[in-house]
Ligand binder design. Structure first.
Ligand code: ADE
Length: 348
């Protein structure tokens, strides 16, 4: 197996391999991640369901059943997997759909599990069909069927796997086949956007961990621009903290506005790419409807990026609508970008 495919063997203390692209952010995310249910803010319904499921499994002395989390990026799918591992004192081994290229990669990961381990597969929608088929019996009955050899002399051997829990995450539930979805016997959970109040609580907690002195209005301003998403809130808090630190001052609302305006983030949390998307629908396609493929070509973006990254928040804001004939901009969005063109809201 090539090193790219190597599974990250982790204890739950030290769970994420630093990415060369963003080593610092990963390290900080690590420290900001809640590790107990008590620290975990929001997603009330999922939390209640999971607590019951995990407690019951532990009383039966069985690993919890397989779980699938889906929803827009940054809402805490990976965080939940880590938290479950911590709360159940299990070892978490994590990998991702694109990292598992061959059936042999998955076989190697599965046969290296210890009893009670949690296997986390991120971006599970990117697993290919042949690999999915090896996963089915592994999830259902703990069997690994491997074909050895080729042609007439090929034979299948069946290995018993140790009891394990698969936790998978995806931003694209629609791309998962029905047979795969149905094997998540513990449940399929959709993560929702957080409320403004929950985001403020998360910023409060993160500010304490990062030892940032921050005014109440500054927290509110970061929350307002955080797209109802904890990852964004924590990222903005860190960038604002940088400015406060070099100025040697307490983090104020004015400083948050300065730091976030400088990053091109407007008063509702849209960045330059979001605004370009809206302006493209409005100006190049007369407000829509415009098909996803046409829009992607006009923006030089992947369709998946538009669907996974930009659209969930724009839909949440009511700035775009998805119709059978394509994407349409709303009056609310028109007002927002119009206001921008007049330069009215930068200081608000
Ligand atoms: N940081 C990221 N997500 C969080 C959450 N749901 N609760 C507390 N802190 C978080």
């Amino acid at each position: 197996m090539s090193s790219k495919n190597d599974i990250k063997k982790e204890d739950t203390e030290n769970s994420e391999v630093l990415s060369p692209k963003n080593p610092d952010a990963n390290f900080l995310d690590q420290t900001l991640r809640p590790t107990t249910w008590a620290e975990y803010i929001g997603q009330k319904n999922i939390k209640e369901n999971l607590k019951i499921l995990l407690t019951a499994a532990s009383q039966r002395k069985h690993p919890p059943e397989h779980l699938l989390f889906y929803g827009p990026p940054g809402l805490g799918k990976t965080t939940l997997a880590h938290l479950i591992a911590k709360e159940t004192s299990s070892q978490l081994k994590s990998t991702s759909g694109p990292a598992i290229e061959k059936v042999g990669d998955l076989a190697s990961i599965l046969t290296n599990l210890s009893p009670g381990d949690i296997l986390f597969i991120d971006e599970i929608h990117r697993l290919n069909k042949a690999i999915e088929e090896v996963l089915y019996p592994a999830m259902e009955s703990g069997n690994l069927d491997i074909i050895i050899g080729k042609g007439p002399s090929a034979r299948t051997i069946q290995l018993d796997l140790p009891p394990f829990t698969l936790i998978a995450a995806t931003t694209r539930i629609a791309l998962l086949s029905a047979p795969l979805r149905s094997r998540f016997s513990g449940g399929v959970f959709r993560l929702e956007f957080y409320t403004n109040d929950e985001i403020e609580q998360i910023i409060n907690r993160s500010a304490k961990i990062l030892k940032v002195e921050i005014e109440k209005e500054a927290k509110e301003e970061i929350a307002k621009r955080s797209r109802f998403t904890p990852r964004t809130a924590n990222y903005f808090l860190k960038r604002c903290r940088d400015l406060a630190q070099i100025r040697g001052e307490k983090l104020s609302k004015a400083m948050v506005m300065e730091a976030l305006n400088l990053l091109g983030i407007d008063d509702v949390g849209l960045g330059a790419s979001d605004r370009t998307l809206l302006e493209t629908i409005e100006n190049k396609f007369n407000g829509g409807p415009v098909g996803l493929n046409t829009l992607a070509a006009a923006l030089s973006e992947e369709q998946a990026t538009i669907e996974d990254v930009y659209e969930p928040y724009l839909l949440q804001l009511g700035f775009i609508e998805r119709t059978s004939r394509g994407r349409v901009i709303t009056d609310r969005a028109r007002k927002h970008i119009g206001k921008k063109l007049l330069g009215l809201d930068l200081e608000k």
